[in-house]
Design a protein around this ligand. Structure first.
Ligand code: F6P
Length: 327
């Protein structure tokens, strides 16, 4: 807990953008103003903090944004914030305005920066998990995941139509640098035959055998969903299959950044609004260095270092579901 009363707060979005970030910014700004705080928007994440790109916000500054993807504050991955000189510059820009509390909406890289900053300087930092990858511990949801996964599902459904028309095997690569959640959720929801994710070792022999066995049963339409962070990318898997099963008509589709855009789903807007509201309450209660998450539908605070260190685990039953339902 932090003893000093927070009076002026800054809010920033950092790292990869995620649909719903605007809803969180809106919630922070309006909750802050409700409590009589001055609220400042910091542009381009930590880069704007260093470059003094900071603007005071009012309720109207966040009008008509809850439904918009991207982030009105823009975002960046700041290299300079890794250096103490960068953080000192950032601190001075906050101090000259009297900003004495920060809300950081971002992923684990952004939380690492926040943790360092709040240890070095006397400014409490509250994290809100905003990443489509869902690779943060201490929360069932991260802002943007639900929208991204629904975008992936819509795209994969369309791919299945054409796969079905041609009796083809499609390998679809979805985002997730170190985490397979988008692949796992979108793969199960679209009835993928195989899902390859970084959390599980990819066994090429097993994959080839399962496709051979399906071919024997005249199951010619197959869908493999691969997470970007898997040890083999979609193209590499396709190459193996083309060599080992040359009779299989194989195509690759990499969904890419389409998964990061678009209007946030109701769920993303809702969790962003709840998390944004509670982040300000947290600062007013004197908390520091925690992430506001939602666990079992209850608001849950996790120390930033724990949210960063311990990624969520994917339990064996998930893999069992994929195997049994794809038969
Ligand atoms: O924000 C997470 C993420 O979308 C990852 O899934 C992906 O690997 C990465 O960001 C892409 O980052 P960039 O937009 O900088 O290429």
């Amino acid at each position: 807990m932090c003893a000093k009363q927070v009076t002026k707060i800054g809010v920033l979005t950092s790292g990869g953008d995620a649909p719903g970030m605007n809803a969180a910014v809106r919630a922070v700004v309006r909750t802050g103003i409700y409590h009589g705080l001055e609220v400042f928007g910091i542009y381009r994440g930590y880069s704007g903090m260093i470059d003094d790109d900071i603007v005071q916000m009012n309720s109207r500054s966040v009008a008509n944004i809850i439904q918009r993807g991207g982030t009105i504050l823009k975002t960046a991955r700041s290299k300079d914030f890794f250096e103490i000189e960068g953080r000192e510059k950032a601190y001075k820009n906050l101090a000259k305005r009297g900003i004495n509390g920060l809300v950081i909406i971002g992923g684990d890289g952004s939380f690492r920066g926040a943790q360092k900053f709040s240890h070095e300087f006397d400014i409490p930092c509250i994290g809100i998990p905003g990443t489509i990858d869902k690779d943060i511990a201490g929360t069932d949801f991260t802002i943007g995941f639900d929208t991204a996964v629904n975008t992936a599902v819509e795209a994969i459904d369309k791919i299945r139509d054409t796969a079905d028309a041609h009796d083809r095997l499609f390998i679809v690569e979805v985002m997730g640098r170190d985490a397979g959640y988008i692949a796992l959720h979108s793969g199960i929801a679209t009835g993928a035959e195989n899902i390859l994710i970084p959390e599980a070792k990819t066994n090429i022999e097993e994959l080839v055998n399962s496709l051979t066995e399906k071919e024997k049963r005249q199951k010619l339409v197959n869908l493999i969903v691969v997470a970007e962070g898997d040890e083999f990318g979609a193209n590499e898997i396709a190459e193996v299959i083309r060599v080992r099963l040359p009779q299989t008509d194989t195509r690759v589709c990499i969904l890419g950044h389409i998964q990061r855009g678009g209007s946030p789903t109701c769920l993303d807007r809702l969790i962003a609004s709840r998390m944004g509201y509670h982040s300000v309450e947290c600062l007013l209660e004197g908390r520091n260095n925690v992430m506001v998450g939602i666990l079992n539908n209850k608001v849950h605070y996790t120390p930033l270092d724990k949210a960063v260190k311990a990624k969520q685990k994917i339990t064996d039953d998930w893999f069992k579901i994929v195997k049994i339902l794809a038969s």
